[in-house]
Design a protein around this ligand. Structure first.
Ligand SMILES: C[S@@+](CC[C@H](N)C(=O)[O-])C[C@H]1O[C@@H](n2cnc3c(N)ncnc32)[C@H](O)[C@@H]1O
Length: 281
């Protein structure tokens, strides 16, 4: 097993995001468990409405690390910019995002393959740039933020979103107490590169921070079967062979070692809103 944080390991990222169905299963299980916390795409929209000077006259919104395009589509429908571009490194996720967009009439979103360390957009071309839950996949998140600063037009706005370092620690404790990975609560956080505690400093390297918003989100999993649908693709743990990527086998093993029980877990979600340096306040 490599010592590299799995969220920074290209091979583990390919495992996670190379197959759209894996991300959909994992996200679906988490969203079914959610009991508090506003949907993140809606919060992004309201932050743009509150802090952009002309939120109803946007030309181009860039959604960096767009994944399956969930935020890109909500932004397109609710902010109605002339165009949204979703950018991601995973072809499989982009294919799914394009399919979802095709089913929605009057939703002009283009999905583009690319690396967020070299955004394939002209300088000063974007009114809004969103980077949600992706900066922690970069070993050099300041470079991504410098790219965001480059593509933002004067008066433009960046919305950066990440999670707290100790998000889902109750899951770590459950996995440790099951004995499946006795060190589960001692691994480095998956969000170590860009988390609630350092995102403002990262943003300040190239942007002027306008506001920071923290929100606690709570998730209640029904029991081992539900939890295994999320845990089976969590690369944080050193699970015994055959369990990673296999929710059925993982659930069966959890049932063997721990009485079935609901699990409530939490994640701090941090939104940093920022502008190009030195622009109008
Ligand atoms: C957890 S998903 C977030 C998806 C979406 N933003 C959301 O909020 O649901 C992280 C995304 O970052 C993408 N990603 C990771 N490294 C990237 C890179 N170097 N360039 C572009 N996208 C990248 C992954 O492919 C994945 O789709």
């Amino acid at each position: 097993m490599s010592d590299l944080n799995p969220f920074l390991d290209p091979a583990r990222q390919q495992e996670l995001y190379g197959h759209a169905s894996r991300l959909a299963g994992r996200t679906g299980a988490l969203m079914r468990a959610k009991t508090s916390g506003r949907p993140v795409p809606e919060t992004i929209v309201s932050l743009v409405q509150a802090h952009h000077v002309q939120p109803d006259r946007l030309s181009l919104v860039l959604d960096i690390g767009c994944g399956r395009g969930t935020s890109s589509l909500v932004i397109s429908r609710q902010l109605r910019p002339r165009r949204v571009v979703g950018l991601d490194a995973s072809l499989s996720l982009l294919t799914q995002a394009r399919g979802r967009a095709q089913k929605l009439p009057r939703t002009p979103v283009d999905f583009l393959e690319g690396d967020f360390h070299e955004l394939p957009l002209l300088a000063k071309s974007c009114d809004v740039a969103v980077a949600a839950f992706c900066l922690y996949h970069s070993p050099r998140p300041q470079e991504v933020i410098a790219q965001i600063a480059r593509v933002l037009a004067p008066g433009g706005l960046a919305v950066l979103v990440t999670k707290g370092l100790d998000s889902y620690r109750e899951m770590d404790q459950l996995v440790a107490s099951s004995g499946l990975d006795a060190r589960a609560d001692r691994h480095e956080s998956l969000y170590a590169a860009a988390h609630s505690g350092n995102l403002t400093d990262l943003a300040t390297s190239s942007l002027d921070v306008v506001t920071v918003q923290d929100e606690e989100h709570t998730f209640a999993f029904d029991g081992h079967d539900h939890l295994a649908q999320y845990l089976a693709t969590n690369p944080k743990y050193d699970l015994p062979p055959g369990l990673y990527g296999n929710p059925g086998a993982l659930a069966a093993t959890l049932h063997e070692f721990l009485p079935d029980q609901p699990l409530t877990t939490r994640s701090l979600i941090t939104f940093v809103v920022a502008r190009p340096k030195g622009g109008p306040a």
